[in-house]
Ligand binder design. Structure first.
Ligand code: G
Ligand code: MN
Length: 290
């Protein structure tokens, strides 16, 4: 059922209810007991459909509007605490569960896009974070396209985010997969740009649609003149080769001014919208900033 778009929610009230943090009882996150606990939690979350997907709307400077969102996976433990993804994703990558998790996310996101379009919501696309392990799956392109078709959306509604570290770990295989899916109109974004020491020639060589500049670089650019210059020039260079540039981590008016001066196309940051449950995202699409 379509949710009536009532008054827009305030961006600042959108973060996780239980908060993301460490368990109250100090538990060593590397201990086998804790790892086993998370494995168990993920197993049940998959089986009982308990994984939650939050969405963080992205603001388009050109359109003066929210046009996209990034899907962010959330896992709650028995006490309602949100387990940080950097704790459970590496375990899922190790035990192979990540492939099933990624399929589940893709399915839910594709269904969500379908329902938004059916309601007449003005949305361009939603992005999903892929894992290095997903890209080792030989049938990945067919699998992704199959899910997209089953949900009756066009492939360019889905953006797959690939981090620099994935490219470093397995450039050839990841590159082949990206090329194959891109030829079917699935979009690709290079995530966390500036954190993974990637070979820039490789990045240029692959059919990315967007580059997401990591939040640490946006924050450093405000404090550090050299970083400021490099990010300005890099943004200009990316735009010259027709890549879209997304600024992550925009929290303050200073960040905002900087990324607009740089010519970034879109903004992902708490100043505009925090990650929020799917029921609240409807209010953001088509909404102008004051
Ligand atoms: O690695 P990736 O870029 O996919 O991660 C996105 C993460 O960045 C999400 O967990 C999201 O909550 C976080 N994020 C997005 N915008 C901001 C921001 O403005 N400030 C901070 N601190 N985190 C942000
Ligand atoms: Mn991402």
């Amino acid at each position: 059922m379509c949710k009536a778009s009532s008054h827009a929610q305030k961006a600042s009230s959108g973060d996780s209810p239980a908060g993301i943090g460490r368990p109250q009882v100090a538990l060593d996150r590397d201990s086998p007991v804790y790892q086993h606990h998370l494995e168990d939690l993920m197993y049940h979350a998959l089986k009982d459909d308990k994984f939650i997907i939050y969405y963080q709307p992205l603001y388009s400077i050109q359109d003066n509007n929210f046009t996209e969102a990034e899907a962010l996976l959330r896992l709650q433990d028995e006490s309602g605490r949100f387990v940080p993804p950097d704790e459970f994703i590496p375990i899922a990558e190790k035990n192979g569960m990540i492939m099933e998790i990624s399929s589940m996310v893709l399915n839910k996101v594709a269904g969500y896009i379908r329902s938004m379009l059916s309601c007449g919501t003005d949305i361009d696309s939603i992005s999903i974070n892929l894992s290095a392990v997903d890209l080792t799956r030989p049938d990945l392109a067919d699998h992704v396209l199959d899910i997209i078709r089953k949900n009756h959306i066009s492939p360019n509604r889905i953006v797959l985010e690939i981090t620099e570290s994935i490219l470093i770990r397995n450039y050839r295989q990841a590159g082949d997969q990206i090329r194959e899916m891109s030829s079917e109109s699935i979009q690709f974004a290079l995530d966390d740009f500036g954190t993974g020491y990637s070979n820039i020639a490789n990045v240029i060589d692959l059919p990315f649609d967007d580059v997401k500049i990591d939040k640490s670089l946006i924050w450093d650019s405000i404090k550090n003149r050299k970083c400021n210059i490099v990010i300005r020039e890099l943004t200009k260079a990316f735009k010259d080769i027709h890549l879209g540039v997304i600024a992550e981590g925009v929290e303050t008016p200073e960040h905002d001014r900087f990324v607009r001066q740089c010519g970034c196309d879109r903004i992902q940051g708490f100043r505009y919208a925090k990650p929020m449950p799917s029921s609240r995202v409807y209010d953001y699409f088509g909404r102008k900033m004051a």
